[in-house]
Write a protein of this length. Structure first.
Length: 296
């Protein structure tokens, strides 16, 4: 896209739709993160009073900008809350920023993306406890056959690692069980910590529905949301919550699955929540019997 086009579109109604995606730079993710679009993204996020972003408007894609994007995606209930500014997020940004007059675009070089030579390099440049950054070694992942894979979940870092031939092929954020979890329907705070220990994948279901957590409907009206075992109302239809790329670890219902609610602190009911793309990769690379260690 030429500078002239960028300038002419700077104050257009569909500004973000006309520009490339914005995202983290890794070995497997390619995004230009142009100065102008990142700067205008920061302006739009700062103007949204729902997320209180308070970003420095410097046109540089970084961890704080990504965290603000995740807060934005979470608040508006977007499909993915992974910090990737894609089609859906750009569409929502256009809706909330239609009255913003962005500054004229500047002709500057694209912001260089961080490139990681290996996992050790990724660790050196990443705050694993706070960052949403994902490390992938595509070459190593291509060698995964189920028999040579294992998983490790670190509760203290809220990170999951997929090993192939005992080498880290993927490292990504996850969300484990909360020590103090409030049940909205009962008002009781319970310990829902993810159990530590060594397990193995007992079951794999690409599109599972929860048998415990979900919604109750009477006709088309939602009458209850939460643990169906605690529902005390009249007879209603139960629809289980979606658990994409489900990988069971215990007979008690603990497992790994995709979720749009992946935070940098424990917050689940015991299961291990994974970003959708991460859950899909892991689901495709492991098999029933793959060992999973959960440590703190």
């Amino acid at each position: 896209m030429t500078l002239f086009t960028l300038i002419s579109m700077a104050n257009a109604k569909n500004y973000f739709k006309t520009h490339d995606d914005m995202c983290d730079g890794t070995q497997t993710i390619q995004c230009t993160n142009d100065f102008n679009t990142v700067r205008n993204l920061q302006i739009a996020l700062n103007r949204d009073k729902h997320i209180n972003a308070k970003l420095k408007v410097d046109g540089r894609w970084g961890e704080k900008t990504k965290e603000a994007v995740i807060a934005f995606q979470t608040y508006y209930g977007l499909t993915h809350t992974d910090g990737w500014v894609g089609k859906e997020t750009k569409s929502k940004l256009d809706k909330i920023s239609k009255n913003i007059k962005f500054p004229k675009d500047k002709q500057v070089k694209h912001v260089k993306l961080m490139k990681y030579n290996n996992y050790a390099d990724f660790r050196k440049h990443t705050n694993l406890r706070k960052s949403y950054s994902i490390y992938e070694d595509k070459k190593l992942l291509s060698k995964a056959n189920g028999r040579n894979t294992k998983l490790k979940v670190d509760i203290s870092e809220q990170r999951i690692r997929l090993y192939v031939d005992d080498k880290v092929a993927l490292c990504a954020p996850c969300t484990t069980g909360a020590k103090r979890k409030l049940e909205p329907n009962t008002g009781i705070i319970r310990n829902q910590s993810t159990p530590k220990g060594t397990f193995c994948i007992k079951e794999k279901i690409a599109d599972k529905r929860s048998t415990i957590f979900g919604k109750m409907y009477r006709g088309k009206k939602l009458v209850y949301k939460g643990d169906r075992r605690k529902y005390k109302g009249k007879k209603a239809k139960y629809v289980g919550a979606s658990l994409k790329n489900w990988m069971r670890l215990t007979s008690g219902g603990i497992g790994l699955h995709a979720s749009k609610y992946v935070k940098r602190y424990p917050g689940s009911n015991g299961c291990i929540r994974l970003p959708y793309k991460v859950s899909k990769t892991i689901f495709n690379k492991v098999r029933k019997g793959t060992p999973v260690s959960i440590v703190n």
